[in-house]
Design a binder for this molecule. Structure first.
Ligand code: 5CA
Length: 447
């Protein structure tokens, strides 16, 4: 993309309404614009990161064997009356009446809708196990929407639902989700710690929240510091293997790590003094096993091996896709702007032309642009007439992990400058060597 043809409305001023750094940078980098309280338009740069995050979620869900689909945002109140949640959900549910006076709602989650789909088609235990998921907008009429996309009213969520014959099978689905979530967050450059939590309006005794530690997090958390040394890494996992998924769950949940809802001082006191931590965290996902709560209320039975109907065991599993943008920025920024992890960056590499209109500089930038694109990478080329300082400030603000700076003086010596956003380190390289290094970083050139 050439910046002169893009739509990147960066702001020089810090917006007064933004209280936390991720919200400030998302507004300043022209990623989002508030449409009304807790509701945002996703401008091109924000939309690109949102889609990158969504793609990682899809890839990791499908790697775990879960099946994508799409359900609507508007739901009929009737299904929620069947489950009993129409009245229970309270004021967070946005209720709508259509022209025929039918009660509708903007879905805050989809347990009812998916259970209705399941009961309509699945009649036999032979069709289990089954896990369906979608990524779709949700609406919760939060009393205090704040911090930008972090606590929105309209937000983008991946929600998945497993259907199993037995509790044991459903707990495998739970463990499988835990493993796939560890991989998902790590690919986004995040450490998200599974912590024992509370079921809330979804219900269930087994539930973990995934928390990214950050001072601005809304949740208070308590944990054994050893947990932050754990890495899922690039290990291969057979998601059908009960033992393998169980082993990962045990590894990642055996140490003390709880949200304030389930925190127990007496148990926490058993953690050695020097390892006890109290901190704040951002909840980027939650998994639940709730047994037959919805299947019994809504008659989602299958014929079991003995021919008798049994209600299916279920769980639901959510990732806060839009919230993740805020969480990643909270975890990865400096005083100049965002620092995108390579896995989610909106453009792989920036190109800054120090002297637009200079024949050699223009030609070198064009050649770099074409070569990066030929490698399958997306560069952002600042081809505007802005002065160099302004170009650098914009690149630093929008946080591309790598930048190639091209100027007439360097070109006379056959070099351009390659700068790492995270460390700030620059090196002078030939254009070919710079291309090769960027290509290698993104796995496009073999080491
Ligand atoms: N049905 C279950 C699992 S699919 C469910 O709704 N779980 S949840 O309530 O925990 O939501 C899943 C994730 O959505 C949360 O972990 C959080 O990351 C995100 N989320 C929840 N509320 C908001 C909100 N108001 N703004 C942004 N993200 C939110």
């Amino acid at each position: 993309m050439r910046l002169s043809r893009y739509f990147l409305p960066v702001l020089k001023e810090t917006p007064a309404e933004a209280q936390i750094v991720s919200h400030r940078y998302m507004l300043r980098a022209g990623m989002i614009k508030q449409a009304s309280a807790g509701i945002y338009s996703w401008l091109p740069l924000g939309f690109k990161v949102l889609k990158n995050i969504e793609n990682i979620v899809h890839e990791e869900q499908q790697r775990a064997g879960h099946i994508p689909m799409l359900m609507p945002t508007l739901q009929s109140a009737d299904l929620w009356r069947e489950s009993g949640r129409y009245d229970d959900y309270g004021q967070e549910m946005l209720r709508i009446t259509d022209r025929h006076d039918r009660d509708m709602l903007y879905g805050p989650t989809n347990e009812e809708l998916i259970t209705d789909i399941f009961r309509s088609y699945v009649k036999s235990y032979k069709d289990l196990p089954l896990t369906l998921y979608h990524v779709q907008w949700k609406f919760r009429d939060e009393i205090r929407p704040r911090f930008g996309v972090m606590r929105g009213r309209e937000f983008y969520m991946k929600d998945g639902y497993n259907f199993d014959l037995t509790k044991e099978d459903a707990l495998h689905a739970y463990n499988r989700h835990l493993v796939s979530y560890l991989r998902t967050y790590e690919r986004m450059g995040l450490q998200a710690i599974p912590m024992r939590a509370d079921g809330g309006p979804i219900g269930g005794d087994y539930t973990h929240e995934f928390l990214v530690l950050a001072e601005t997090g809304e949740s208070e958390v308590f944990y054994d510091s050893e947990i932050t040394d754990l890495k899922f890494g690039s290990r291969e996992i057979d998601y059908d293997s009960v033992e393998q998924c169980q082993a990962v769950l045990e590894e990642f949940t055996s140490r003390y790590a709880r949200t304030d809802e389930t925190h127990d001082e007496a148990v926490f006191a058993q953690v050695p003094d020097d390892r006890r931590r109290t901190a704040r965290g951002i909840e980027v996902g939650q998994i639940f096993y709730f047994g037959t709560k919805y299947s019994e209320a809504m008659g989602a039975n299958v014929q079991g091996p003995d021919g008798k109907p049994v209600p299916v065991h279920m769980g639901s599993h959510g990732i806060g896709v839009s919230r993740l943008l805020g969480a990643i920025i909270e975890a990865s920024h400096d005083d100049k702007g965002i620092i995108w992890p390579e896995g989610v960056t909106p453009f792989h590499c920036g190109i800054v032309n120090l002297k637009q209109g200079d024949e050699a500089a223009d030609a070198a930038c064009e050649a770099l642009y074409a070569s990066l694109a030929a490698m399958g990478l997306e560069p952002l080329y600042d081809d505007t007439n802005e002065r160099a300082g302004g170009k650098f400030a914009t690149m630093d603000l929008i946080g591309l992990p790598w930048r190639i700076t091209v100027g007439p003086r360097g070109l006379k010596n056959g070099v351009v400058e390659l700068t790492c956003r995270r460390t700030g380190n620059s090196e002078e390289l030939s254009p070919e060597a710079a291309l090769e290094k960027v290509g290698r970083i993104y796995g496009k050139v073999q080491a």
